[in-house]
Design a protein around this ligand. Sequence first.
Ligand SMILES: O=C(O)C(=O)C[C@H](O)[C@H](O)COP(=O)(O)O
Length: 198
Amino acid sequence: MRAAPVIPVLVIDDVATARPIAEALVAGGLPILEVTLRTDCALEVIAEMKKVDGAIVGAGTVLNDAHLTSATDAGSEFIVSPGLTEALVESALKHDIPLLPGISNASDIMRGMDMGLHHFKFFPAEASGGITALKAISGPFKDCRFCPTGGINPRTAGDWLALDAVLCVGGSWIVPKGTRDFDKVKQLARTASAVKLN
Ligand SMILES: O=C(O)C(=O)C[C@H](O)[C@H](O)COP(=O)(O)O
């Protein structure tokens, strides 16, 4: 979560674009890549992106033990989920892989803490009340850190990153769905990696 200010959330449906997209993101200063399991070829995309020097590739949209197992087998180095279940945490412990589960209220955080977690994705960040909500929710949990994701854009990323409780943000804006414009991806990554704290 500290390796880059922005984690690109990727929805890739053409394996042929996996490597050039990963190369563009790494060259643009965003080495942490979250490949969502939202497309049929996502596991192949993870394996392809892992071949790129400097890329740290994980799987997103991981909902259960079966997803986590196949994502780990494909070479994922971390796991992101929109929510938090005991089964998923147990699966991550079994596979000894870092897990960033989604939370959107105090009870979710407390369940996570009961299982030894202190780092969470705040999802869906804007729809859950935005910065005001995260400030209020994170108040009682001084040791917890967050990666807000969902509805964040280049104009608001700096506002989120300025919060002490926020280590990084996630977002899909860096790689528009279906893009083959890899120079543009590099440019968007450069801008995101240099985001100024507002
Ligand atoms: O697929 C998942 O596991 C998710 O949790 C959803 C993604 O994180 C958001 O869809 C990204 O949000 P946007 O940047 O607003 O597009």
